[in-house]
Design a binder for this molecule. Structure first.
Ligand SMILES: NC(=O)c1ccc[n+]([C@@H]2O[C@H](COP(=O)([O-])OP(=O)(O)OC[C@H]3O[C@@H](n4cnc5c(N)ncnc54)[C@H](O)[C@@H]3O)[C@@H](O)[C@H]2O)c1
Length: 267
């Protein structure tokens, strides 16, 4: 059994823990779960019979082979180095942190030294295979369009407390992926992930719309380069307990864990 630890015990962590515990993905034992909210860590630990940790140090001391991050880009940036320095592999959901160049390069440096791997989960989108191949072929330009319900966007720093109209569609933001994640840290991890894999956070445009009545979160990624062009559209259901997150994001972590145990996999 491979030992895993949870860093963050909220909505997505719960789905992952349930599916590791009910045998949907086998071969992993959840040894510990840490959340700044001890109640959340306690509840998650009950699902999977793991230790509820009171600190990151306690989680690290259990020496899991993988720590799954489901916290936030800001928290990830503060604490990721400690995990990687100990040679523990990190599975990341808050990919928005990768917009910070100095964080990304330091993380790579530490990982190189400790031989730990950082796995960026595909989250609520996909197509990283074609993005990667197209990037290698050169001249790649990417843009991302995101459409979400006002309920999924309310509370974002960009809105400064303003509540979005429940009836009227609104073009909320147009800018680069780097700007986008600061304004919408809980909504636009996907934009940074797509940008990081393609034309970079300063050269990938992001458009975000608030669309009342939308039952699904929709992401459209347009690619154009030496390879030709591609249009990827992913519409996914928000997770039941957090309209800002898509449930498929939790399953993308389960898919990483599933792949890690297979000899023949798609890359
Ligand atoms: N890459 C993607 O496509 C994608 C998709 C959906 C969500 N996400 C990201 O995944 C992360 C988790 O999403 P979620 O829906 O589970 O969020 P959530 O709010 O339900 O859970 C986050 C948990 O982190 C805990 N937390 C906050 N600060 C902490 C700290 N300093 N130390 C330890 N724990 C702390 C909270 O108490 C909470 O339990 C978010 O960053 C979200 O933006 C990424």
């Amino acid at each position: 059994m491979h030992k895993v630890g949870f860093w963050g015990c909220g909505n997505l962590a719960k789905i992952i823990a349930e599916k590791l515990s009910d045998g949907t993905v086998t071969g992993y034992q959840i040894v510990g779960a840490y959340d700044i909210d001890p109640d959340a860590a306690g509840k998650l630990s009950q699902i999977c019979g793991s230790k509820a940790c009171g600190s990151m140090d306690e989680l690290i001391e259990l020496m899991p082979e993988y720590i799954i991050e489901e916290v936030s880009p800001v928290v990830l940036k503060k604490e990721a180095f400690r995990i990687i320095r100990r040679g523990i592999n990190l599975i990341v959901l808050s990919c928005g942190a990768m917009a910070d160049d100095s964080f990304a390069s330091r993380l790579a440096e530490y990982a190189e030294k400790s031989k730990a791997k950082v796995y960026l989960a595909s989250g609520a989108i996909g197509g990283f295979d074609i993005m990667g191949a197209a990037r290698l072929m050169g001249n790649l330009k990417a843009s991302v369009i995101n459409e979400k319900s006002p309920e999924a966007l309310n509370g974002a720093p960009y809105l400064k407390g303003r509540l979005l109209d429940k009836e009227k569609e609104e073009l909320l933001f147009y800018g680069t992926a780097r700007e986008a994640i600061d304004f919408f840290p809980q909504n636009l991890n996907v934009a940074v992930a797509a940008a990081t894999a393609t034309s970079g956070v300063d050269n990938t445009s992001v458009c975000l719309k608030s669309v009342p009545g939308m039952a699904l979160n929709t992401h459209i990624i347009e690619l154009e380069g030496n390879f030709g062009n591609a249009s990827l559209k992913i519409s996914s259901y928000p997770s039941a307990n957090n309209a800002k997150s898509s449930e498929i994001a939790a399953w993308s972590v389960l898919y990483i864990l599933w792949k890690l145990r297979r000899s023949i996999v798609f890359y």
